[in-house]
Design a protein around this ligand. Structure first.
Ligand code: ADP
Length: 257
């Protein structure tokens, strides 16, 4: 019976996909715990006043372990999204404060590379408290800004957050991350959002990375019904932008004394 065979095949495929996703999730968790211990212990050693040459080696150890942790976290997140296990939170937060905290560390990184860094936020957003998932917003912006810095040799990174539409109880915010970097070939514009895909083998060799960042960003935005726009000119730079709607909190903010 053809129907029966098809159903058995689908059932088997679903079970195997579930097993794969559970395996990935368990493995990633198991790797994360010891890695966090390695990073924690390395930090303690760095603070214990070692010799300068030891400090240098410890910084390399910390950098490599942190990179590995970022990769494991990406795999874990991608797996969570693919298996439909991601849950968005609805928390009150101030977008300006969030953007400042995301971009603080990133602007230091850009300056270390000799790049200018601008965070331009609409004044009207200063006192607005919106409702959404700050962790996921951070993940999206952090990925875009990290890429912008990574793929730019000179010039400027500009992060813009603007009020696109205000309907009192909800707002639409325009987010944009622009760089003056290597740009992306028109043929590759779709492929870069696919998991484990980088523009070319040369990219992997020169810049590292797993090719999971944009796949995660795209899927997170899609789950919120948001589409990412990319404008890019090879050799000139790229701009990643999107509009997202948020509920505005009507609760009066608690005055700090
Ligand atoms: P990763 O950064 O780990 O390679 P991503 O999914 O974040 O993975 O990006 C996929 C690919 O898209 C990158 O390898 C690069 O080829 C291209 N890319 C992403 N952002 C930029 C950018 N701002 N400028 C140029 N190329 C980019």
């Amino acid at each position: 019976n053809l129907n029966y065979t098809l159903e058995t095949a689908i059932d088997k495929a679903e079970k195997s996909s579930q097993a794969k996703s559970e395996f990935l999730s368990t493995m990633s968790h198991e790797i994360r715990t010891p890695l966090n211990a390695v990073i924690g212990m390395t930090n303690l050693l760095i603070m214990s006043n070692p010799r300068p040459d030891q400090t240098e080696n410890l910084e390399i150890l910390k950098f490599s372990a942190s990179n590995l942790l970022a990769i494991v976290n990406d795999v874990l997140d991608f797996n969570k999204i693919e298996s439909g296990k991601i849950v968005f939170e609805n928390i009150r937060f101030n977008l300006v404060e969030l953007m400042n905290s995301i971009c603080g560390g990133q602007s230091i990184k850009a300056h270390e590379k000799g790049l200018d860094f601008k965070l331009l936020v609409d004044d009207v957003l200063q006192n607005k408290v919106i409702i959404g998932d700050p962790t996921r917003i951070t993940q999206v912006i952090f990925n875009l800004v990290s890429n912008a810095i990574k793929f730019t040799k000179q010039g400027c990174i500009t992060v813009r957050v603007a009020l696109f539409e205000d309907r009192h109880d909800r707002v639409t915010i325009h987010f944009s991350v622009k760089d003056t970097g290597i740009g992306i070939e028109p043929d590759s514009l779709d492929a870069i959002f696919e998991p484990f895909t980088q523009e070319s083998v040369t990219t992997t060799r020169q810049y590292g990375g797993t090719g999971l960042g944009l796949a995660i960003v795209k899927r997170l935005l899609e789950l919120k019904g948001v589409k990412m726009q990319v404008n890019s000119q090879p050799g000139q730079g790229s701009e990643f932008s999107f509009n997202m709607e948020f509920l505005v909190s009507t609760e009066v903010p608690v005055e700090s004394s």
